[in-house]
Design a protein around this ligand. Structure first.
Ligand code: ZN
Length: 287
């Protein structure tokens, strides 16, 4: 078990304790860790030299921006796990045991899953990955708060934080265009974005993701994909993420990336921004 996992695990060792007590414990640990920072970095085995391990990246982006899609594509390209906290929650719900029971009652009551449980799931996931010889990761959905970012910084090195952005009007239209097939559960998007550039502002085109013919008559809209709910979701996200973005910006680790369109337009530009064009060519040649 790496020190990072031990640390995360120790934060969650008593799941019945209120989160406030865990936070104060984390704070005192952070304080102690900062005091002992004078010890050389190389004496911390989990801070491996970047040349000896794979990338340790974080993906930020508001709901609906396609963060999961880009993080997942990059994880395949770089052969690192894409660790999405949303997936960890869904996977745990499919298990049985005390944590799964606790989680399902939280979700059924429509409450937010606490940081404490997220820590628990993440540490379990990293531990399992380590046992399988994984190196590096792309985190998606974590850290959500400054507190989480601080804990992450104390236990491991984050090389880069990619902040995916899409202009507000386009994002709203994309969110409102989401459809689900009530029969097969497939996710589609009926919104066609075609905005002309004006006043030096570039235009943006995004093709819809249309369903196959047999799904067309079965499409439904999620009840929370209304303009009001989507706007509120974005407002809450921005309020929460801005301090996290600032945290990484001030450390020179934040890469802001404005999505220029859909996947066909954005993917090559994202690879270029990450200096990974050659990587993609090598992979295509090998495929
Ligand atoms: Zn279908």
């Amino acid at each position: 078990m790496t020190a990072m996992n031990r640390f995360l695990r120790s934060l969650t060792s008593l799941s019945s304790r209120p989160f406030s007590s865990l936070v104060s414990e984390a704070e005192s640990r952070l304080h102690n860790l900062s005091l002992s920072k004078s010890t050389s970095r190389s004496s911390q085995p989990w801070r491996r030299d970047p040349s000896e391990r794979n990338v340790q990246w974080v993906f930020l982006g508001c709901p609906g921006v396609g963060k999961g899609t880009y993080a997942s594509r990059l994880s395949h390209l770089l052969a690192v796990p894409h660790i999405a906290t949303g997936d960890l929650v869904r996977e745990e719900l499919a298990n049985s045991g005390p944590l799964a029971d606790e989680l399902s009652s939280i979700v059924n009551q429509g409450q937010l899953v606490s940081d404490e449980i997220i820590f628990n799931l993440l540490s379990k996931r990293l531990e399992n990955g380590e046992a399988k010889g994984e190196s590096g990761f792309i985190l998606d959905g974590f850290p959500r708060t400054i507190k989480q970012a601080e804990i992450l910084e104390e236990v491991t090195d984050i090389d880069l934080v990619v902040n995916l952005k899409l202009r507000g009007d386009v994002l709203l239209e994309k969110c409102l265009g989401r459809r689900i097939c009530s029969e097969c559960g497939g996710n589609f998007n009926v919104a066609t974005i075609d905005i002309k550039g004006e006043n030096g502002r570039p235009g943006i085109c995004m093709a819809p993701l249309l369903p196959p013919p047999h799904c067309v008559s079965k499409l439904i809209t999620r009840s929370d994909d209304t303009e009001e709910v989507v706007q509120e979701r974005l407002r809450v996200y921005n309020k929460m993420s801005q301090p996290v973005e600032e945290f990484y910006r001030s450390r020179g680790k934040l890469l802001e990336f404005d999505l220029p369109g859909g996947i066909p337009e954005s993917w090559p530009k994202l690879l270029a921004a990450l200096n990974l064009e050659d990587h993609d060519h090598k992979q295509s040649a090998a495929a």
